[in-house]
Design a protein around this ligand. Structure first.
Ligand code: SF4
Length: 86
């Protein structure tokens, strides 16, 4: 006779692992979704008044931004520009 308790514990563990894996995927998707659309911050691919993305605290080499979605040009600019300290 199969050990019913052992089997259901395994099922619970398996279900728990599937839920955890699903949550990790959902969390990754959410993190990507949380970036702001370029249009919303009036992103442009040219500097403005000497301010440009590769001088911004949000800049990520070689062509991304911590808060704005999509490909970001090092010489771009948006209204969320925040100069790097130092
Ligand atoms: S200026 Fe805007 S798009 Fe460019 S790095 Fe800074 S926050 Fe990101």
């Amino acid at each position: 006779m199969p050990n019913h308790n052992g089997s259901s514990r395994r099922d619970m563990l398996r279900t728990g692992m599937m839920i955890a894996a699903g949550a990790a995927v959902a969390s990754t998707a959410r993190a990507q979704d949380e970036k702001i659309a370029q249009e919303l911050v009036q992103y442009q691919d040219q500097p403005k008044d000497g301010q440009k993305c590769n001088m911004c605290a949000q800049w990520v080499e070689p062509n991304a931004c911590k808060i704005v979605a999509g490909v970001i040009h090092p010489n771009g600019y948006c209204v969320a520009y925040a100069p790097k300290e130092g």
